[in-house]
Design a protein. Structure first.
Length: 345
């Protein structure tokens, strides 16, 4: 039935249908504003962080002449090498030139061997991303199962067991867990190799066997954090009025959990996950050393010990990008999961 509104020429059907378009336009506008805000925050942070990274290398007092020529280098030799590498120019000029290469993916060349830092990082980042990626999967799956189970059965023996497990695991350093895993699964029960790395394309089975133990050692702390934060967030969401309303409407416990509680209570766990992603890559220095892997973290540590400034600067830039990308992805997920946050964007 169509009812006309006197003096307007509109009917109720048009009046009801018309608000759908502004909602779509408003959603698109909210996404556009979020993108603009993200760019406005990310770009200054990236510039400031990269400037500090470059400045640390510039004021470190390290010279490529000392690494290339040794102790026998004369002042004239040092001046010549600095001039060839452009290190005799003002710091700001050097930074702008260096940044122009960084945005093109060029991170300079190592002072020790003259090899491109980008290519060396690319080779080693594949190792670290394999371990960190598998560790992230373990952390998300196990942490979610433990956190959701503890929230659903809060106050039970399972809840207390999860709390105790998280307390114990978070207190164990990764290198202690790594050594224990090697002793158990490579020495007492020789199920997997204890060291080395094989690319996935070369042998997928061996690749998985070699990254399993380091991934487990690296993931346990993240499992504990995700489980704790998820349990706290979901337990708080279960006490909200909208959950009571869903129960009154007769919705099933599974639907209440998946549609209402998880959507509104997963925010703290996602925030922790955003911080954990770069930490999994950067925190693999000890793990890679124990398991005999030449990864990104070990490469960065070796470059710092040898005073290879371009290597240190390049690895820090990659770490900065990983942090910014992880935070952006988490912000996007939070915006998607929380309608109230999306309306305020």
């Amino acid at each position: 039935m169509t009812v006309s509104v006197a003096g307007t020429g509109w009917d109720t059907a048009a009046a009801v249908a018309r608000p759908a378009r502004p909602r779509r336009t408003g959603a698109l506008g909210g996404v556009a504003r979020w993108l603009l805000r993200t760019v406005a925050l990310t770009v200054p942070v990236f510039l400031f962080a990269t400037f500090l990274t470059f400045l640390l290398g510039a004021v470190s007092g390290l010279s490529p002449a000392g690494l290339l020529l040794g102790d026998s280098a004369t002042p004239a030799d040092v001046a010549r090498v600095r001039a060839e590498l452009g290190l005799d120019r003002p710091v700001l000029v050097q930074y702008v030139d260096w940044l122009s290469h960084v945005v093109r993916g060029e991170l300079g060349s190592s002072w020790l061997n003259g090899v491109s830092v980008s290519s060396q990082i690319g080779d080693r980042l594949a190792v670290s991303l394999s371990v960190a990626g598998f560790a992230l999967v373990i952390a998300v799956v196990v942490g979610t199962l433990l956190g959701v189970g503890a929230a659903v059965w809060r106050g039970t023996l399972f809840d207390r067991a999860v709390t105790g497990f998280c307390s114990v695991v978070s207190a164990l350093p990764p290198f202690v867990v790594a050594v224990a895993l090697i002793v158990v699964f490579s020495v007492l029960l020789p199920l997997v190799p204890s060291a080395g790395y094989v690319p996935f394309a070369q042998d997928p089975g061996m690749w998985l066997a070699l990254i399993t133990l380091p991934a487990i050692a690296l993931s346990l702390d993240a499992v504990a954090d995700i489980a704790r934060q998820l349990r706290t967030g979901l337990a708080g969401a279960y006490r909200e009025n909208y959950v009571l309303g869903a129960v009154v409407r007769g919705l099933s416990p599974r639907r209440i959990l998946l549609v209402h509680v998880l959507r509104n209570g997963a925010g703290p766990a996602l925030s922790v996950l955003g911080l954990r992603i770069p930490m999994l890559v950067g925190g693999a220095v000890v793990t890679e050393s124990i398991f005999g892997m030449s990864g990104f973290g070990r490469f960065a540590a070796d470059g710092a010990l040898r005073g290879d400034v371009p290597v240190v600067q390049g690895t820090l830039v990659v770490a900065i990008v990983l942090v910014l990308v992880a935070n952006t992805v988490v912000d996007a997920l939070l915006l998607r999961l929380r309608p109230a946050a999306r309306r305020r964007t």
